[in-house]
Write a protein that binds this ligand. Structure first.
Ligand code: PLP
Length: 393
């Protein structure tokens, strides 16, 4: 099996699993309990908070809150800050956010918020001038992702934070960093970002655990009310094994960042160049330079993405068309549509996302097999004349 769908989820690192196991067996105490038996789980949560602090470059571990996933972190940030600023009714995001932000904004729109959705260009990059134009005195919140899950394109969130704060200190800025964490350096204390969300299962921790960073003095209400856990900001008995796993995964990802930026990028570039060179109907659907090191998105003109995925799957290769949440429906990706990718490539676009566990042999195998898959699929395409023009190009 060749797993090239690491933006959907990642394999749990063996060392992370080992770190988690004691808290699923012998050390099962509730970390809030008073007896000695609870000390080890309580220590594990404390240690993980420090590991995540260092991973995100936060000034203090008190700025780190554990959640159940990236989607919860986004909901907590967005709804939590708006609850504290009920007079301002204007909010901004982009057209290419993950559904956890877009659908939250859609719900807020129904509740009377006025929303501006910023567009992107044909390589997936944001128009910062559009953002500058849309910022208003009554803008309560801006939410922009650090890296896009489908194209890998990186957004200049540090610069955006400065622009927002120069206009008004009262406008809050949430960054969905789920696809950036572990792929590029993050140092929140050097930025003006107020809130930032990440998700463990995108950097080799298990599914079902996430983080929300909240800058000190940010006014925010909890999403889940109940006990005193997470200093009253997120009720529910701590998921100790998953939090401990996420802590170690964060530390490992931090140490592996150089490898990610050089070696994972080299393999991604090799895969991309190999496909673009050998497959006549392939086109790049993303920015060439400004993106995370593990992701590429390639459009195969005049063929169906689902058919490509099935043929890849027959060879044991896992990739995806659109984000994992939307594949399964035949709706083309909202991200590629926002980029204006031509309809000829929209339905045949495939995302390949690597990880530090991807090998050169795996990449060579995909490069070797892609031309024959495409030969088969183009033969059954109804667009033979158009394909002939591409072949001669
Ligand atoms: N944000 C982005 C950019 C994502 O890619 C994802 C998941 O694919 C999420 C948020 C949601 O994370 P989770 O699955 O942990 O809720």
């Amino acid at each position: 099996m060749i797993y090239l769908d690491n933006n959907a989820t990642t394999k749990v690192d063996d060392k992370v699993l080992e770190e988690m196991l004691p808290y699923l067996s012998n050390d099962y105490a509730n970390p809030s309990s008073m007896y000695d038996f609870a000390k080890k789980p309580a220590e594990a949560v404390k240690k993980a908070r420090v590991q995540v602090r260092d991973f995100l470059g936060a000034a203090n571990e008190k700025e780190i809150y554990f959640t159940s996933c990236g989607s919860e972190s986004a909901n907590m940030a967005i709804k939590g800050v708006l609850n504290c600023n009920k007079e301002k009714k204007h909010i901004i995001t982009t057209k290419v956010e993950h559904p956890c932000v877009l659908n939250t904004y859609k719900e807020l729109e129904k509740r009377g918020y006025e929303v501006d959705y910023i567009g992107v260009n044909s390589t997936g990059e944001l128009d910062i001038n559009e953002l500058k134009e849309k910022l208003r005195k009554d803008t309560a919140l801006v939410s922009i992702m650090w890296a896009n899950n489908e194209t890998g394109v990186i957004y200049p969130v540090e610069e955006i934070a400065e622009i927002i704060k120069t206009r008004s200190n009262e406008t809050m800025f949430f960054v969905d960093a789920v696809q950036a964490a572990g792929k590029i350096p993050i140092n929140v204390k050097d930025t003006q970002i107020d809130l930032l969300g990440v998700s463990g299962h995108k950097f080799h921790a298990p599914k079902g655990v996430g983080v929300l960073y909240v800058k000190p003095s940010t006014r925010i209400t909890p999403l889940i009310n109940g006990g005193h856990q997470e200093r009253g900001m997120r009720a529910g008995t701590e998921n100790v094994p998953y939090i401990a796993g996420l802590g170690l995964a964060a530390e490992i990802a931090q140490n592996a960042l150089d490898y990610e930026l050089k070696e994972v990028k080299r393999l991604r570039d090799k895969l991309e160049e190999g496909i673009l060179k050998n497959v006549f109907n392939a086109r790049l659907n993303t920015s060439l330079h400004n993106r995370v090191p593990n992701t590429t998105n390639i459009g195969f003109e005049y063929v169906e993405g689902e058919l490509i995925l099935l043929h890849l799957s027959d060879l044991g290769i896992c990739a995806s068309s659109g984000s994992a949440c939307t594949s399964g429906s035949l709706e083309p990706s909202h991200v590629l549509r926002a980029m204006g990718i031509p309809f000829t490539a929209l339905h045949g676009s495939i995302r390949f996302s690597l990880s530090r566990f991807t090998t050169e042999k795996e990449i060579d195998y995909v490069i070797e097999n892609m031309p024959s898959i495409m030969e088969k699929l183009t033969k059954i395409s109804p667009f033979q004349d158009e394909l002939e023009i591409l072949r001669r190009r």
